[in-house]
Design a protein around this ligand. Structure first.
Ligand code: UDP
Length: 430
């Protein structure tokens, strides 16, 4: 009998900020609930296990994000197929990276107890590799003692590649994605509808007391205020969209109004962060305060900025939206990644949690914000609608369900499983 913590790999890629954020959230939820019964590693799978140029996925995503029409073409390319595995794109990706991925799993397959993928392009390759390895070893992939789980991190629409009927469990955040999973052949018995897993700062949806909010605002360098006037502007992990123009339009609008504060989180968009930091804002005193927006790069405490803010202006990223819902922030969506984020716009607007005003017209975006700030009732209504959609328990729920079903944490690894590992190991050594 062998006693050791169950070893879990969480596979993600830094294409945007959402996949890493979900991976961190699952890691925290596993640790919170199972402590030293589990040992968890976050792996940027595309960088670590795949050959160049596929290993450059984050850089490619960064570039493609600035060319939405090209991105849309790539997104649409295989959408008519029934499964991702049947597509030319997937077959090319597998044959090109097969050797490298098999080499990766030669090292890891026998060490692991659970694989979680939070990225659409990873789990097919993982299952394929494990199936290839089990062929000839006398055991089925399902009996290897190494289940593969997918956690979908899109909200209102999702690419075909998220769905592989062969994975052991699939977690989806919304009814829309649940229906897509069924359409693409994932058996109902494997699908769990739990919400999007978010980081620990988003595990509680209770509103903060006004005096605590003021304290936090002061701590973050804002002017403490009980009036709803703090606008948070974001563009996902990469700072996509017309961040510069929108920030300037909103800033100038607030100066004109004579109230309001602005925080801009530029993410990894260093160019915009620098340009906004150097901008000279029209001087205007708000009482004893001079209007000066807070310009930030990539921050790790988005939860705090969202708690201190009164509304969010953002690209329609699933992660940012789900986080804003928990903090009860009305969302003004201004841009989206074609295909994958289109459904998020209707999700927000149809549920009364915000509006969509495209950032090609930054003055209109600023106008909408001015309208919101002058209508506390409307802000309150949107905030309540947002909180109704919030799923703060998602990360804890997902990890509990997967561990209950797949990890047998209460039981020591028995001899049968050791036998299976033994036979696989022998096969790999040949
Ligand atoms: N984010 C962050 N720090 C930043 C900017 C963004 O932690 O400076 C996080 C944000 O809170 C969210 C994720 O990155 O969790 C962005 O995910 P989303 O799905 O909104 O867009 P993506 O960047 O994946 O396209």
């Amino acid at each position: 009998i062998h006693r050791r913590p169950r070893r879990v790999h969480i596979y993600f890629s830094d294409t945007g900020g959402g996949h890493r954020a979900s991976a961190l959230s699952l890691e925290a939820a596993l640790q919170r609930q199972y402590g030293n019964q589990v040992s968890i590693e976050l792996v940027d799978f595309m960088r670590t296990a795949m050959p160049w140029p596929l290993s450059q996925a984050p850089e490619t995503y960064q570039t493609l994000g600035h060319f939405p029409s090209v991105y849309k073409r790539a997104w649409d390319f295989d959408q008519d197929s029934n499964t991702w595995r049947d597509t030319r794109s997937y077959q090319m990706m597998w044959s090109y990276s097969k050797e490298s991925i098999l080499k990766y799993f030669q090292q890891w397959a026998c060490e692991l107890d659970l694989i979680i993928s939070v990225h659409p392009l990873i789990h097919h390759l993982v299952v394929e590799a494990l199936e290839e390895m089990s062929t000839g070893s006398g055991i089925q992939r399902e009996d290897m003692g190494l289940p593969v789980v997918t956690v979908v991190t899109d909200l209102g629409s999702a690419h075909l590649s998220w769905f592989d009927p062969r994975i052991d469990m699939l977690f989806v955040p919304s009814e829309a994605i649940y229906q897509l999973a069924i359409k693409h052949g994932v058996p109902k018995s494997k699908i769990n509808l739990c919400g999007l897993p978010l980081r620990e700062g988003f595990w509680c949806a209770d509103p903060i007391a006004p005096e605590q909010k003021c304290c936090l605002q002061e701590q973050l360098g804002l002017r403490p205020t009980e009036r709803p006037e703090v606008v948070l502007l974001m563009g996902g992990g990469e700072g996509f969209g017309q961040l510069m123009n929108v920030a300037c339009a909103i800033g100038d609008k607030l100066v004109g109004l004579g109230y309001g504060q602005l925080v801009v989180v530029c993410g990894r968009n260093e160019e915009v962060r620098k340009a906004l930091s150097e901008r000279r804002w029209s001087p205007r005193n708000f009482g004893e305060w001079l209007f000066e927006p807070l310009i930030l790069g990539f921050v790790k405490n988005v939860d705090q900025y969202m708690t201190a803010a009164d509304c969010l202006v953002t690209k329609a990223g699933p992660g940012s939206i789900a986080e804003a819902l928990i903090k009860g922030l009305p969302c003004l969506l201004t841009t989206f990644i074609p295909g994958q984020e289109e459904g998020n716009i209707s999700f927000v607007t149809e549920n009364g949690a915000g509006s969509y005003v495209p950032d090609e017209e930054p003055e209109q975006v600023a106008e909408k914000i001015a309208e919101w700030l002058s209508d506390e009732e409307a802000m309150k209504r949107m905030s309540e609608n947002a909180r109704r959609l919030a799923k703060p328990d998602a990360a804890l729920d997902i990890t509990r369900r997967m561990c209950d079903s797949l990890l047998d944490l209460g039981i020591e690894l028995d001899e049968v499983k050791q036998g299976q590992f033994g036979s696989l190991r022998k096969h790999l050594m040949q």
